[in-house]
Design a protein around this ligand. Sequence first.
Ligand SMILES: NC(=O)c1ccc[n+]([C@@H]2O[C@H](COP(=O)([O-])OP(=O)(O)OC[C@H]3O[C@@H](n4cnc5c(N)ncnc54)[C@H](O)[C@@H]3O)[C@@H](O)[C@H]2O)c1
Length: 267
Amino acid sequence: MSGQRRTALHTLYGYTLNTKSAVVTGAGSGIGKECLQTLLAEGWNVFALDISEIDRDRLLAADYAAKCTSLQCDVSDSSSVERAFRHIGTQTEKLNALICCAGILRTGSLESMTTEAFDAVFSVNVRGSWLCARIGIPFLERAAQESGPSRIIFVSSTAALRPKVGAGAYSASKAALGNLTRSFAAELASRGILVNAVAPGAVDTPLWGTLDPASVGGYKPGGLSPIGRMANPSDIVAVIKFLLSSNSDYVAGAIIPVDAATSAARA
Ligand SMILES: NC(=O)c1ccc[n+]([C@@H]2O[C@H](COP(=O)([O-])OP(=O)(O)OC[C@H]3O[C@@H](n4cnc5c(N)ncnc54)[C@H](O)[C@@H]3O)[C@@H](O)[C@H]2O)c1
């Protein structure tokens, strides 16, 4: 593509279509699935990582399937992440974006929750995001050298900004992810990699079905926002799209709440 044509596309859509590659973790459900489908629809090549096998026939329109490589990967396990990125390396040496959606919620008071549950939350939400970002850096840097800033986008939560009763470990993990975001942003900005996070409030996804009622421990989901509804995954992906676009070329180290003022309105 000529430089002029590339610039035209840049101007028209905010970012170059159909030549970019991304990794999306947690791509089998919820926000990650919406992100996967949106990027494929916009012409990206996507490596879709999830601990569960991704049902491509169910998730993907037939004409998008060729642009998607699905890989089973436990982001909290360094050898699993290395295996996935080794496979990615056989197909491309450049990634324009890494979007880390994989995450888990375990509820219960800090006093009562098990060590296993606490460790699981930190392993997936913090360690998993760090492992994927760390191994993705050379891919992202090579893409940045060729076509301008690459992106890492983490998915935090408004629970990081305002901890919730019954979700102390989850809130702490997302607060830690916030500082990973800021530190990675400072380390990587000069190498052309912009690192940011979105912090959703309650989003209507299958995550809520994973809650064990026995361990809920006083935890209450955020519920409706002041605008009268819960977020849909597409509300979050809209902000992720902004962070992927050239409209955010001067945004790094930001943690953007996407909760329609739910946390501000909480008594
Ligand atoms: N749903 C909400 O209300 C909400 C609010 C704020 C933040 N978030 C965050 O958004 C992100 C996505 O959540 P969601 O609501 O789409 O949840 P979801 O449960 O619908 O999807 C999460 C996906 O991550 C995958 N996953 C879990 N552990 C994994 C692992 N170890 N390795 C790889 N994949 C793994 C799951 O298989 C699933 O496909 C999470 O980080 C979550 O904490 C969600």
